[in-house]
Design a protein around this ligand. Structure first.
Ligand code: NAD
Length: 308
């Protein structure tokens, strides 16, 4: 299949590129390199420099495609709070423009990334796709609204659309800023010999899912997608930030108590874990254990620090 990946020079896109090539797909990445890098686009993947808000400037270079995976987004919660208009423009208008582009390029399939942030303050765990969504900030709202646009557009235009609500994604090539970057932040600090900070008492829990599994989910059943819809991509396991640090310290050979306590961040959700029941019924299961995912991530950051 020929797949267009918007934001494919970023963290998650870089893993989709590698897996899609290995599966024999033809891949074209469109990215404005605002946060991504050319190194994330491997040989064999065509790179088109472009902005998702201005598709007229680049669609002719891409040509017809079978599927669009739309990842380009404003991913920072603090940036969304400080500049909600930019967040809205990229996350909502950007998604709508990519839906229109997908149709124009003849794509039968559209896939995009949503976030656990849409659940916000829902307290009944595990979080389920058919349960309430109560975002607590602009990022959660822009992601949630984009989901509704995808659903409506796909219904009206008979397009098979899949929205993946991603838990906290971690893995090699993640930047240390942005959503869910705690693993990257810890790894970078440990690789630099610095002492990482844990906000609050460290008992807050998250659902950490390995990026290789997330990339696999985006490519899952592309040929035969099954029911269009919304799927959590998660492990359905809760890990406290303190336990995460301990597991990483083990991988890095660092002391388990080698962190500093920092004040709790206002608005931080206490516990988050996403049901994986619906994804399982779709035939998708994450395969990477937290220990092996953290090991791979630590090795990536250590090698990067050594210039390898
Ligand atoms: N990383 C996580 O934990 C996580 C969790 C939930 C959801 N998500 C979602 O997954 C998607 C991908 O996230 P990521 O972690 O790979 O982010 P990323 O920042 O690494 O990648 C996004 C890419 O989009 C590009 N981009 C940004 N604005 C653009 C524009 N206007 N036109 C073209 N390209 C543009 C950036 O240069 C970057 O390469 C996003 O939709 C994000 O909201 C990520």
């Amino acid at each position: 299949m020929k797949i267009l990946v918007s934001g494919g020079a970023g963290f998650i896109g870089s893993h989709i590129n590698v897996q899609a090539l290995a599966l024999g797909h033809e891949v074209v990445v469109v990215d404005n390199l605002s946060h991504g890098t050319r190194e994330n686009v491997p040989a064999g993947v065509r790179f088109v420099y472009g902005d998702v808000l201005e598709p007229d400037a680049w669609t002719a270079q891409v040509g017809p495609v079978d599927a669009v995976i739309h990842l380009a987004a404003q991913i920072s919660v603090p940036v969304a709070e400080a500049d909600p208009l930019t967040d809205l423009k990229l996350n909502l208008e950007g998604t709508l423009r990519m839906l229109l582009t997908a149709e124009r390029l003849g794509a039968a399939q559209f896939r995009t990334a949503s976030s656990a942030a849409v659940y916000g303050n829902v307290s009944e765990l595990p979080l389920r796709e058919d349960g309430p969504a109560l975002p607590i900030g602009f990022y959660g709202w822009s992601k949630y609204t984009a989901e509704q646009y995808v659903r409506h557009f796909a219904q009206m235009h008979k397009m098979a659309a899949v929205v993946l609500r991603l838990a906290n994604v971690y893995g090699p090539r993640q930047r240390t800023q942005g959503e869910g970057g705690v693993v990257a932040v810890f790894c970078e600090a440990l690789a630099l010999g610095e002492v990482p900070e844990i906000h609050g008492d460290g008992r807050q829990t998250r659902d950490f899912v390995y990026v290789g599994d997330v990339a696999r989910a985006f490519l899952h059943r592309l040929e035969n997608p099954g029911p269009a819809g919304l799927y959590n991509i998660s492990t359905e396991s809760r890990t406290s930030v303190r336990d995460l640090f301990t597991a990483l310290a083990k991988a890095a050979g660092a002391p388990y108590d080698g962190y500093r306590s920092a004040p709790e961040r206002p608005g931080d959700i206490t516990d988050s874990v996403l049901s994986r029941q619906k994804a399982r019924a779709w035939g998708f299961e994450p395969e990477t254990s937290l220990a092996s995912g953290l090991q791979a991530t630590w090795e990536y950051f250590r090698n990067k620090e050594r210039g390898l």
